[in-house]
Design a protein. Structure first.
Length: 569
């Protein structure tokens, strides 16, 4: 028998084993150059997750579509084409709707497509504005796309609440089973924003929490399997009272922990890229520009993320400003896409990042202004550098270069749901000092074993102590560097994530089923994995007919969220 799907990362698969999988990710967007990643709230770690798992599944022989929104907007030219592919993964023939194209051997052989379908008009929309179009335009355009191609996906994996809601609508119309990965949940964001009775209307008007939490509940109840990145997410976040009646957090068959991974081809200590030498020169030049001559041989404490209040850049800068011993040991480096020499004039430092308005994000400006105030008050000029690295390859090359001077990675976010960025830095050879709140508490520590240092992000003194612990001597630095990289290789790779998804998706019953008419009911549709604890929740009328009369009232949100002990009177 001729085997298809041979790859370097998995055994060759028979044709009957190859799945056709669709990833639903309506928000943000995907393109060959990973444009705007970390610059915009809708272009964060979720997109990295979807892209990397899709490519890893393709390397294992499967066919994958990443389905997102087409944007025809001069501020966002990267997202106008209806079909796209990643460099090195282009189909060997002109793109078309049929998923059978491009069965190459090795790599992904053109097995991954970016499929952009129009809904909600042409201009870019932030995720909060997508809700009226998901169950109507987006879902119907997905059905039409695959009807034209002649084959529906065997299974769908849906991401974030908007993808989960769309998958639930598709399940009811086509019978295609799906998994749901929320990445973050609306109830937790409400908690972080301090949701109370007196500000509920204001928060809902801005973030549409009533729609989001309703969508999350529908997706949880209808998905064959829901996934979490950490045990904390599974047993605490899914267990929030807002999701009661939608899922049982103790049901091991329907709720599983699948951690994200690191792309070792990009971030590993031994990896190299085409921009390696240019990046080393760039980092060296930027540090020479910002750091005083007598301090340029010192290691750096490097933080890399978008400028966002919740990432707590301010806490890290304060920790550095308030610790003379830390200033004696290292310089501080803040890396964020869109920074352009803020030390020379921070009011002009942010590039015009083309969000919906074409202007730099006001939140990022506020964070930068606060950081620069501490820099000036603490007389940190000559000890701190801020600049942009514009791709994952540049970031990885910079980490490898900085590891040579025994530098340290820092992430002091108030709460980090999973914490992929520290794992990437650890894979590249940097020890990590990271917030103790969230996923890093699991990834950087297991029992008595430490793979990095956990700190209290609300305590600048504790942040400084954690950094000094790693920077104290060469033996300690090397121990954490080696332990961190070993942890990533043993537990956190995209190949491992893809294998776990492969096992789950292979248990679903959509494979081989002929696509039926979306207007015909399918009472006999069965799933290998059932929601035994709770009945599936129906699609809320608003998502099928988004009129003001059908919108989800604030009272429904309050009833879900404000139970005894949850912010009520």
């Amino acid at each position: 028998m001729i085997l298809e799907g041979a790859s370097e990362t998995g055994p060759a698969k028979e044709a009957s084993e190859i799945m056709f999988i669709a990833f639903l990710n309506p928000q943000g967007n995907f393109d060959p150059h990973d444009s705007y990643w970390t610059q915009h709230p809708d272009f964060g770690g979720q997109l990295v997750y979807v892209k990397e798992v899709a490519l890893a599944l393709a390397r294992r022989g499967h066919r994958v579509d990443i389905i997102t929104r087409q944007v025809v907007d001069p501020h966002w030219p990267e997202f106008a084409a209806p079909l796209d592919a990643y460099p090195g993964h282009e189909p060997p023939c002109p793109p078309k709707a049929c998923p059978e194209q491009g069965r190459g051997v090795g790599g992904t052989g053109g097995r991954v497509r970016i499929v952009r379908l129009p809904f909600g008009g042409d201009r870019f929309l932030p995720k909060e504005e997508l809700w009226p179009y998901l169950g109507t335009e987006f879902a119907l355009h997905i059905i039409g796309f695959y009807q034209q191609g002649g084959r529906f996906p065997d299974a769908i994996t849906a991401h974030y609440a908007d993808g989960g809601l769309t998958a639930a609508v598709l399940r009811e119309k086509t019978g295609i089973p799906f998994t749901f990965t929320p990445h973050s949940l609306g109830a937790q964001k409400m908690e972080k924003l301090g949701a109370m009775w007196d500000n509920l209307a204001e928060l809902d008007a801005r973030f549409h929490f009533a729609r989001r939490i309703t969508a999350e509940r529908i997706a949880m109840s209808q998905a064959s399997v829901c996934t979490a990145s950490t045990a904390l997410e599974r047993f605490e976040q899914y267990a929030h009272p807002a999701y009661r009646g939608a899922i049982d957090v103790h049901d091991d068959r329907r709720l599983m922990v699948i951690p994200p991974g690191v792309n070792l081809q990009v971030f590993d200590k031994e990896a190299r890229s085409a921009v390696e030498q240019a990046t080393r020169a760039k980092v060296r030049a930027r540090l020479a520009r910002d750091i005083a001559p007598g301090r340029r041989e010192l290691p750096v404490v490097v933080a890399s993320s978008r400028l966002d209040v919740k990432k707590n850049h301010l806490g890290l800068v304060r920790a550095f400003a308030e610790s003379r011993p830390l200033q004696a040991k290292a310089n501080l480096l803040l890396v964020s896409r869109g920074l352009d020499n803020p030390l020379a004039g921070y009011t002009q430092a942010l590039w015009n990042c083309p969000y919906s308005t074409g202007q730099a994000d006001e939140g990022a400006k506020e964070v930068l202004a606060q950081v620069m105030a501490v820099v000036d008050e603490g007389e940190l000029r000559g000890k701190i550098s801020l600049f942009s690295l514009d791709s994952q390859h540049e970031l990885a090359a910079a980490y490898r270069f900085l590891a040579e001077s025994q530098s340290v990675f820092a992430l002091t976010a108030y709460h980090e749901p999973f914490g992929l960025a520290p794992l990437e830095a650890m894979s590249a050879g940097l020890p990590a000092v990271v917030t103790k709140n969230g996923g890093p508490a699991e990834s950087l520590r297991e029992g008595d074993e430490e793979y990095g240092v956990l700190v209290d992000p609300f305590d600048p003194a504790d942040i400084a102590r954690g950094l000094l612990r790693v920077l104290g001597d060469e033996a300690t630095w090397r121990r954490y560097a080696e332990a961190g990289r070993r942890r990533v290789h043993d537990r956190y790779t995209w190949e491992s994530t893809a294998r776990q998804f492969e096992q789950i998706l292979g248990r679903l019953d959509g494979r081989g089923k002929p696509p039926r008419s979306p207007t015909e009911p399918d009472p006999d549709s069965q799933f290998t994995i059932h929601n035994l604890q709770f009945p599936s929740l129906p699609i809320h009328p608003y998502f099928l007919q988004p009129t003001p009369e059908n919108d989800i009232p604030l009272e429904e949100l309050a009833e879900l969220y404000f139970i005894k002990g949850e912010g009520g009177p």
